[in-house]
Design a protein. Structure first.
Length: 209
C-alpha cells in the first residue's frame, strides 16, 4: 500500500526519511530476535518457512502433507499457494484462495485417475466424475462398511467442490468472505484429498511406478 522503506527523498517531505544504516540496524535486531544467526536470502527464508509449516502440520499427528507432496506435487503445490495467501490476508485474497483450491482439486482428481490407470474422456474440471470412476471398484469388491465410506467420500468431495466454487465466484455476486470461509475451503480441500489418497493407496502403484 505504501513504500516499505522511505529512503531519503528530499522531494517527498511529508514522508519520514530513513537512512540505509538505520534500516540495516533494524533488520539485524529483528533477525537476532527471530533466531537468524547468519546471512540468508529471501528465497532461503521462504523455503525455511514452508518447511516449518509442514513440520507444524505433521505435529498434528494425522495429516502428513509430505505424502501429498510426494504423490501429487502439482495439486499440493497449488494448495500451498492458497495457504500462503491465507497467511497473508484471508479476506482480501478469498477469491484467489478459492482458485488455488479449485486448481488443486482438479489436478488431484486427474493425477488420482491416472495413477488408477483410468483413461477418462471427461473434462479435467469434472472432478466428481473422475473421483466416482476411481471409487467405483469399492462398491463391488470391498466390504459394505468400506464401500459406504467410499460413497460418503464422493459426496464429501462434491460438497467441498461446491464450497470452493462458491468462494471463487463470490466476488461476482458481491459476497463478502471472512477468515472462517477461507479457512474452511482451504483445510477441507486438504482433508478430502488426503482421505481419498489413504483409501486408494493400497490399490494404486507406488510413486515412480
Amino acid at each position: 500500500m505504501t513504500p516499505l522503506f522511505c529512503t531519503a527523498d528530499r522531494e517527498t517531505r511529508h514522508e519520514r526519511p530513513y537512512e540505509p544504516s538505520l534500516i540495516r540496524t533494524m533488520v539485524k535486531r529483528r533477525a537476532i530476535r527471530a533466531g537468524i544467526e547468519r546471512r540468508v536470502t529471501t528465497k532461503g527464508l521462504q523455503l525455511s518457512g514452508r518447511e516449518h509449516a509442514r513440520g507444524r502440520s505433521r505435529s498434528a499427528g494425522y495429516i502428513d502433507e509430505d505424502v501429498l507432496y510426494t504423490r501429487y506435487p502439482n495439486a499440493y503445490g497449488r494448495w500451498r499457494d492458497g495457504l500462503e495467501l491465507f497467511q497473508t490476508n484471508p479476506e482480501r485474497h478469498a477469491t484467489h484462495i478459492g482458485l488455488a483450491c479449485r486448481d488443486a482439486m482438479i489436478r488431484f482428481a486427474s493425477d488420482l485417475a491416472a495413477r488408477s490407470g483410468l483413461e477418462l474422456e471427461t473434462k479435467p474440471s469434472w472432478t466428481v466424475d473422475r473421483i466416482r470412476a476411481v471409487l467405483r471398484p469399492y462398491s463391488a469388491d470391498t466390504g459394505s462398511t468400506v464401500a459406504a465410506f467410499a460413497d460418503a467420500l464422493l459426496v464429501y468431495w462434491g460438497c467441498v467442490s461446491d464450497l470452493v466454487q462458491r468462494q471463487v465466484h463470490g466476488g461476482e455476486t458481491d459476497n463478502l468472505f471472512n477468515k472462517a470461509d477461507s479457512e474452511r475451503v482451504l483445510y477441507q480441500t486438504l482433508i478430502v484429498m488426503y482421505e481419498l489418497d489413504r483409501l486408494t493407496v493400497g490399490r494404486l502403484p507406488s510413486p515412480g511406478q
